[in-house]
Write a protein that binds this ligand. Structure first.
Ligand code: HAM
Length: 426
């Protein structure tokens, strides 16, 4: 049998899964502080949701979706991102009617894109994302951006670069779109076939083409920032000035266009600088999507959010040698010698675990040496030895692995003793 894991996916094994749990706990904690509530939506949705939401002409919809027909003949798609699903749920559950607006939501979960796998680009990856729907106050843009920066900083990442742009409102984009078409059209046959078809469907995406990035017309292309109308310009200025006041440095890059169609006004990415991180330097992306709720059948409700992948975050932490403070070992390992002590050990384990202590014992009938070895491998803080003699005397021999001290403890006090020791060490 030669069954292997699908390309572009990974197993998260013990030793690494603790890091994931630590990061997930951090996510829940920061979202609590910023007052975002968790939402969990299905992993698959009707294909049409992403065609409409993410956009028919985007790379994601055209080339990267895992789409299949179910047994009832419906076209379903494994979600390539979270925003469209959250907005669908917001509309379907009439969250626009809840008492407190904006509705501030977050999610953690797997996303699926059929991409060419490379480091930092997976076919299944886990996103942490937030969406604030129902307000177009520039302060919520600043909050969402600040939250992403704070999250990375609290985890200990350095060398972060926040890149900011405005894609303007519908009117500004229309004017810019025409300017882009006029700019590229006379030379479009010098561009790749993707760009040729983007010219009419989605000319903004030409600016993001990897193949043609060195074409001289890219450099001289009309900048969206020159086409912002008064309202969009003011909006952008407000977001920037709030970030200034919050002491969050950023760089404006009019070439930042994002790969999804629903954005307008604020768009941003967080990149990481420095060596050891390979070609992919974007850690997080997000922006404002004021028309999306309406596109998906809800009332006008402006939204903004971001998403980042935990895989890229872990890569970044690793490249900067940041050690996450994950709890390593077991609290207590019971070494039992003989049948009766082994049975008593099973009872003691239950007591320890009920008292909140992590504890384990041997299940392979190992000799004393083997049991001590197991305690060592599990990095147990305490090892407690119970033989026939001890059992008769009603005691247990407790050894602190770190300090090497040994102590006889009455069996009736054992659980409390270990619990107190573990609390002291916390
Ligand atoms: P996105 O830029 O497509 O935006 O993805 C956001 C983040 O997901 C990226 O910056 C990256 O960290 C991660 N990511 C994307 N593709 C992969 C991949 N193949 N492998 C590993 N990580 C990946 C969105 O998904 C939007 N929904 C963000 C958003 C939320 N905008 C508003 N609200």
């Amino acid at each position: 049998m030669d069954i292997r894991i699908p390309r572009g996916t990974q197993d998260i094994l013990p030793g690494t899964s603790e890091k994931w749990q630590f990061i997930e706990a951090k996510i829940h904690d920061i979202c609590r502080r910023f007052n975002y509530a968790e939402i969990r939506t299905p992993i698959f949705e009707q294909t049409e949701l992403f065609q409409r939401g993410v956009g028919d002409t985007t790379d994601i919809v055209q080339k990267e979706m895992y789409t299949f027909a179910d047994r009832g003949g419906r076209s379903l798609t494994l979600r390539p991102e979270g925003t469209a699903s959250v907005v669908r749920s917001y509309v379907e559950n009439k969250l626009y009617g809840s008492a407190v607006q904006p509705e501030k939501l977050y999610y953690i979960g797997p996303m699926f894109r059929y991409e060419r796998p490379q480091s930092g680009r997976m076919r299944q990856f886990f996103q942490f994302g937030v969406e604030a729907i129902g307000s177009d106050d520039p302060a919520i843009d600043a909050e969402v951006i600040a939250m992403a920066m704070e999250f990375y900083k609290e985890l200990g990442l350095r060398g972060l670069k926040l890149v900011l742009n405005s894609l303007g409102d519908i009117d500004s984009r229309k004017a810019h779109r025409e300017a882009l078409i006029a700019h590229f059209k006379p030379h479009i046959n010098e561009f790749c076939s993707d760009c040729q078809s983007r010219l009419e469907t989605n000319p903004l995406r030409i600016l993001d083409c990897k193949k043609d990035r060195n074409h001289p017309l890219m450099e001289s292309a009309p900048s969206i920032l020159d086409y912002l109308n008064e309202e969009s310009r003011q909006y952008f200025n407000s977001v920037k000035s709030l970030l200034d006041k919050m002491d969050i440095p950023y760089e404006v890059d009019s070439g930042l266009v994002r790969g999804l169609d629903y954005y307008n006004n604020t768009a941003f990415e967080i990149m990481i600088e420095g060596e050891g991180f390979g070609a992919i330097t974007t850690l997080m992306g997000g922006g404002r999507y004021n028309g999306l709720v309406e596109d998906i059948g809800g009332p006008e409700s402006p939204g903004i959010g971001f998403a980042l992948s935990i895989e890229r975050l872990l890569m970044a932490l690793e490249s900067q040698n940041v050690e996450l403070p994950v709890t390593k070992g077991l609290d207590c390992y019971l070494v039992a010698l003989g049948e009766e002590p082994a049975q008593k050990a099973a009872v003691l384990l239950t007591e320890l675990r009920r008292a909140g202590v992590s504890a384990d014992k041997d299940y392979l009938n190992k000799k004393i040496k083997g049991q001590f070895k197991a305690a060592d491998r599990l990095q147990a803080s305490y090892t407690a030895v119970l033989g026939e003699d001890e059992l008769q005397k009603g005691i247990i021999n407790v050894k602190s692995m770190e300090r090497g001290e040994q102590k006889e403890i009455p069996l009736t006090e054992f659980t409390n003793y270990i619990r107190e020791k573990m609390e002291e060490e916390k």
